[in-house]
Structure formats: C-alpha cells, structure tokens
Design a binder for this molecule. Structure first.
Ligand SMILES: *Cc1c(COP(=O)(O)O)cnc(C)c1O
Ligand code: SF4
Length: 442
C-alpha cells in the first residue's frame, strides 16, 4: 500500500467505505449511535487486509474497530437513539453523551495517582508507578492508527501540537530522569507513539541516548502499528528514518523493545505485518507482544496458542495476557476471572517452552499487576491463587496469596481474602506482618 492510498475513517466518512455497501442497515445505524459515545476510527489497511467482510456480524476485527449496539448498556443506547435524529436538541444530545462517557470510568485503576511532581510542577504526560519503569505519553502520540472499541485510554484522545510544548515536555522528562537513577526503562506510550513522525519521535528519544542517561538501559515503545498499520515501517516517506532511529538506539548500547499490541492471530498473518516485523528485528530491536483477553474477539484458547506460536515463528516474544479493564464497553468484552484462567491454561499447555515467556492472565489494578495463578481446593475451600507480577510496593512481588473462589468475579476488587481472613497480606498492619512475614522487611 502506498502512503497516499492510506485513509482513515471516522463517523464523518465511514459510509464511504466501499465494503460498507454490503453491511446490513441495522449495523450501520448502530455504528452511528454507539460511535457517538465510544471512539471510532478505522483505516484502509484494517478494512482491506484484516476484516472479513463476509462475516461482519461476528468478525473479531470488525468488532475490534466498529462499535456495536451491545457495547453500550441498553438504556444508554436508547437514550442516544431517541435524541440523535434530525431536529433533535444538539445541546441535550451532547450532554447525554458526556454523562454516559463519565459513567464509563474513563480513568481506571487510579492512573492519575501515578503522575509525579517535581518541585511545584506536575509532570503531565509521565506516570511512575514501579521504581524501574517510567511511562511517558508524548503529546503528539495521543492518537492511534485505528481505535479499539475496548480501549481504556479513550479519554486521552485529544491532541496538542505545539513545538514549544514538546520542548518543555522533554526538558521536564530529562530533568526527572536525572533525579531518578533507579529508573532503567522508559516506555513511550499513548495512544500510539508510532503515529508521530520519525523526526518528532527522534526528538524524544535521541536525548536519552546521551551519556547523562546511561542508567536508562531500555527504551520501550508501546504500539499497535504492527497490527493497525504495518506500512508505517515499510512505505511511509519516513519509514526508513524510523528504522534508522531504531538502529541508533541499539548502536548507543541501549536495548530497544517494541511492546507490540496484537489481539488476534490474523493481525500477524498479512505479508505487510510479517515484513514490518522482519525489518524491525533487523535493526536489533526486540518485539514483545501483549494483549487483553476479550470476549467476542479472542476468547478461545486455540486463538491464543496460535497467536503465541506465530509470534515465536516471527522472532517475537510473547509477554503479557491482560484481563480486560473496567472501563468503556467492559460489559461487552469482560470474562469471569475463572474463565480467563481456563483460557490461559489451555492455551499455555499447548505450546512449547519458547512461547511460555507469556505471563497472565494479569489485572492491572491500583495495587499492581496481579496474576491469576489458578484455582485450587485447599483444605476443602475453593480459592484463587494470585501473585503480584508488579507491585505498587515492590516487596509484594512474587508472593502467592489467596482469594475466595468466585466464579462470577471479573476484577480484583470483587474478590475477598480466602480462609476467613479480613484483609489481603498487603493490607494488613505492619507490626502483625513483621511477625508473620519477616521477609517482607528484609
Ligand atoms: C505494565 C506497566 C509497566 C511495565 O511493567 P513491566 O512488567 O516491566 O513490563 C510500567 N508501568 C505501569 C504503570 C504498568 O502498568
Ligand atoms: S491501540 Fe491501544 S491506545 Fe490505541 S485504541 Fe487500541 S488499545 Fe487504545
């Protein structure tokens, strides 16, 4: 695909997508309605190479980009539907949409708590939750090549394009990193940083390669471009510059890890995706893959084992399987934790050790990344066995703990400690802990 043939589609022009001609009227109406509330954006790569237009009713990639009725609660859907038609009160509709959006938990897991403060300045665009890794959200990367209907970052899609702002942003980040030598990883995320030009991306990354920041061993880029627009690394006018930047990072002795977001094995099957992966790997960068587990998109163990195998075949490293977050169209995508573990276990047991670098299912909660190790019966009580993969307090990591088994629970906040305990170990007061778990204080 040549760059000039690449088009994006939103609510204003989705009816011009040629393939739409065969989509049932009803589905189109649903896009119109739900698309007012949830983010909607697709593009010609997804449309021409990924979606199975013969099966739009159930196609996982169609569902990944195009809003469906069931993604909103029935009441909310009806409310928008009643007020959308011509002659309706625009202000009233906007207000309804705003209220529904606010009810969808736009900032889950207390993300805003992780924003650091330097002197009197709040570092917008930075999150520092785990000591070794700083997340950075460059202002020009707060969009994506297409939008996932399940996305939890949707409250963030608002642009800001000034050069001045960028300079200030970088200065603040660099100053923060100078003061935090414990940070080894900087993860550029968004949105999708790969929506930025090579020039802008480089203006963020190149300063980090200076000897002053030798403590930054790894630069990571979180992106879904390999799935939504692999031509970003192939045929764009600055594709080669992107790859040269990747080479420069590696030449500077830093580790470059592309944290690639793939939801379905089909995204790894196109020639473009495979060529893009090959080109990126040739720069010396590594590619790690992660995805949430989503009903209607990838809730079958076979899809996951196929996806992990394909990743390993292409030289990528399976990394995380996440539990879908409590935000946006959660009720449409969510699966009980028990089911998540069953899917993980079945998929994991079917692949070779090279695929078993993947960890999950993992919930990114306020407390950290909590992995469901499994369900077990202990002395007559059914329990979830859990552990922290990442903890707000690093000392919590890797300590197994137990919750009452609840086959319907879909998130950690619905779980209770097992064995009649009142609190989980990380909520108990310190003096008691010091006696019973001295290793937490070593
Ligand atoms: C997942 C995550 C990271 C990175 O964790 P790794 O396990 O090192 O990949 C960093 N910060 C936040 C807030 C995260 O959720
Ligand atoms: S690619 Fe990531 S940030 Fe972008 S819409 Fe999808 S989930 Fe959200």
């Amino acid at each position: 695909m040549l760059p000039e043939n690449f088009k994006t589609y939103g609510l204003y022009n989705y009816k011009t997508i040629p393939q739409m001609a065969n989509v049932p009227e009803e589905l189109i109406r649903e896009i119109e309605i739900v698309g007012r509330v949830l983010p909607f954006k697709s593009n010609s790569y997804v449309i021409d190479e990924l979606i199975d237009w013969d099966n739009v009713e159930t196609d996982p990639i169609f569902t990944l980009n195009f809003p469906r009725r069931e993604m909103l609660r029935e009441k909310a859907y009806m409310l928008v539907e009643e007020n959308i038609d011509e002659g309706g009160d625009k202000k009233k509709l906007d207000n309804i949409i705003r209220c529904i959006r606010l009810s969808l938990n736009p900032n889950p897991a207390g993300q805003s708590l992780n924003v650091p403060v330097m002197g009197k300045i709040k570092l917008r665009g930075v999150q520092h939750k785990y000591p070794e890794t700083v997340l950075f959200f460059p202002s020009q990367g707060q969009t994506c090549h297409a939008y996932c209907t399940f996305c939890f970052r949707w409250s963030q899609f608002a642009g800001m394009n000034e050069l001045k702002f960028r300079m200030r942003e970088i200065d603040l980040l660099l100053k923060y990193l100078s003061n935090h030598k414990e940070v080894t990883d900087v993860l550029l995320t968004g949105g999708d940083p790969m929506t930025m030009s090579a020039e802008i991306l480089s203006s963020y990354i190149t300063p980090l390669l200076h000897d002053n920041y030798k403590h930054i061993h790894s630069i990571r880029i979180g992106t879904k471009a390999l799935a939504y627009y692999p031509y970003r690394f192939l045929t764009d006018s600055d594709s080669d510059d992107i790859l040269r930047l990747f080479e420069d990072i590696v030449k500077a002795g830093r580790n470059l890890s592309i944290q690639a977001h793939f939801n379905h094995p089909r995204e790894l099957s196109t020639e473009a995706a495979q060529n893009a992966i090959r080109r990126i790997r040739q720069t010396g960068a590594q590619i790690r893959c992660q995805s949430p587990l989503l009903k209607h998109i990838n809730d079958q163990p076979e899809l996951w084992s196929e996806m992990w195998r394909k990743q390993v075949d292409l030289g990528c490293i399976p990394y995380y399987m996440f539990v879908a977050r409590d935000t946006g169209a959660k009720q449409f995508f969510e699966l009980p934790l028990d089911k998540c573990w069953q899917i993980f276990r079945r998929a994991y047991s079917k692949v070779s050790g090279l695929c078993r670098t993947v960890r999950g299912p993992s919930m990114s909660d306020h407390y950290g990344k909590i992995q469901i190790l499994g369900v077990q019966e202990i002395q007559g009580e059914m329990v979830f066995v859990l552990r922290f993969l990442q903890g707000r307090n690093p000392k919590w990591v890797d300590i197994p703990f137990f919750a009452e088994y609840d086959p319907r629970a879909t998130w950690f906040n619905q779980l209770k400690p097992a064995f009649g305990e009142e609190k989980f170990f990380f909520e108990i007061n310190k003096s008691y802990l010091r006696k019973t778990r001295p290793f937490l204080f070593e």
